[in-house]
Write a protein that binds this ligand. Structure first.
Ligand code: 5AD
Ligand code: SF4
Length: 435
């Protein structure tokens, strides 16, 4: 047998890309590739790209530029671009950067083996279709390799919501849910390989309809899998939080008390312009209902500042919503124009106003994050240990609230789930002691 070829994948953007990269690595593994950590010794470099905010395509081109020397030194090296920039730019990538051999959009990863063979034979390989078949069912798997204690599992892709700022409905296409039995099979396989926590992924995961009772039905079935201890899901839209999914936060023990529920803005005028189809008040009421069944829920969110038409008053509404809701952590972004989306054509907020608002919002969110972490001091949490800590003899894991927790515990192993008392809070993590 010939020596295995080496594959270097660089992943940008969301967790769905992380999951896709794993599956692409498995699929190319069946073609004789093994993973490498550096581009320098790779036979194939794959950039799995993100297009959610501006300059993504430019970043990809400059990253590709850096591989020029490698390609000259090793003409057999194949370079591919996957992900949402591949979908959006298509053949343009090969025109602008002729050393690219392969371009594959997110819905076509199951065609990667054919595309790889084509590229290997010296042809250009391009696929940015939205095929009918489920790519995940057609992706080859490697023989059962052991895994770490946590895993992502994509259950749904695409989005039909068409928020006025967002490229996802165009790059990932319409909502598609994977059938529940396939997901159950994949989850059992992950658990056999050592996984104890699964995060269900989807661009609009709570719109999942591959189970007759939706996402909560799937979660309740997964909760019956022995050996699976924790379930999470991300990312959700407020309008798809149905009654049973809310109830599951109160009565499904394996569903963790952490919820990422983006609101984007606290101004009803801006929410309407964003085509979000909910108001600030309906969002606040929803959070109250979820906290009614799970008072210790740690809430996370996404915010956009400087959306076209946003005034100081609208921004003040966003700050007020953050004060009212209280986030354990959150992501915030300056609005960035995405060609082809409705908001791109509208009059834009000045860059310095956007930046100034972003700083104010981030300061408030940081204060809330610090307060949420400090509120954990003295409390007992359960920690799923994932890796060695930064210091010798230290182990690091995540609490049910997704806080990183460091513990001095030389006898704890990866995959152990242990009770820990929180003793201190540092900038982005907690310190604790085993109970
Ligand atoms: N500009 C800024 N932020 C954006 N997001 C999506 N599109 C844009 C855009 N054009 C943010 C939203 C979304 C998160 C994944 O990225 O907050 O929830
Ligand atoms: Fe984009 Fe999320 Fe809105 Fe869908 S719901 S359009 S993925 S921001």
């Amino acid at each position: 047998m010939s020596a295995p070829k080496k594959l270097f994948i660089k992943t940008y953007g969301c967790q769905m890309n992380v999951y896709d990269s794993e599956r692409m690595a498995e699929s190319l593994g069946a073609q004789g590739y093994e993973a490498t950590e550096t581009a320098d010794d790779a036979d194939m470099i794959l950039l799995n790209t993100c297009h959610i905010r501006e300059k993504a395509a430019e970043k990809v081109y400059s990253e590709l530029g850096r591989f020029k020397g490698l390609k000259e030194a090793k003409p057999d090296l194949k370079i591919g671009v996957a992900g949402c920039v591949a979908q959006a730019e298509g053949a343009e990538i090969m025109r602008r950067q002729p050393m690219v051999d392969l371009v594959v959009g997110p819905q076509s990863y199951h065609r990667l083996p054919e595309l790889e063979a084509k590229a290997r034979s010296g042809e250009k390989a391009l696929d940015t279709d939205f095929p009918e078949e489920d790519k995940f069912e057609h992706l080859a798997r490697r023989p059962k390799a052991a895994r770490g204690p946590t895993a992502f599992l994509t259950v749904q892709e695409g989005c039909d919501k068409f928020c006025a700022f967002c490229v996802v409905p165009y790059t990932r296409g319409a909502e598609v849910s994977r059938p529940a039995d396939r997901i159950m099979g994949e989850a059992r396989d992950l658990v056999e390989r050592g996984v104890r926590e699964i995060t269900l992924l989807g661009q609009n995961v709570n719109a999942y309809h591959g189970h007759e009772r939706g996402l909560s039905g799937l979660i309740r079935d997964l909760a019956k899998v022995d050996g699976l201890e924790r379930i999470r899901f991300t990312t959700s839209h407020p309008n798809d939080m149905d009654d049973d999914l809310i109830a599951a936060h109160g009565d499904c023990e394996k569903l963790m008390p952490y919820l990422h529920l983006p609101v984007q803005s606290g101004s009803d005028k801006i929410l309407k312009a964003m085509n979000r189809k909910h108001t600030a008040e309906s969002y606040i009421k929803l959070i109250e209902r979820i906290r009614g069944v799970r008072p210790d829920l740690l809430l996370s969110g996404d915010f956009i500042v400087g959306f076209p038409g946003e005034t100081e008053e609208d921004f003040a509404d966003t700050m007020a919503l953050v004060e009212t809701v209280g986030y354990g952590q959150a992501y915030s972004f300056k609005y960035s124009t995405r060609p082809g989306t409705p908001a791109a054509e509208r009059a834009q907020v000045k860059e310095d106003a956007k930046l100034e608002r972003l700083h104010r919002l981030q300061a408030l969110l940081k204060d809330q994050q610090v307060a949420a972490q400090e509120a954990m001091i003295g409390r007992d949490v359960s920690v799923l240990f994932e890796r060695d800590g930064r210091e010798a003899g230290q182990m690091t894991g995540k609490s049910e609230y997704l806080h990183a927790v460091h513990v001095e515990a030389p006898d704890v192993a990866r995959g152990d789930l242990r009770r820990v008392r929180i003793l201190a809070s540092t900038s982005n993590s907690l310190k604790g002691a085993l109970l």
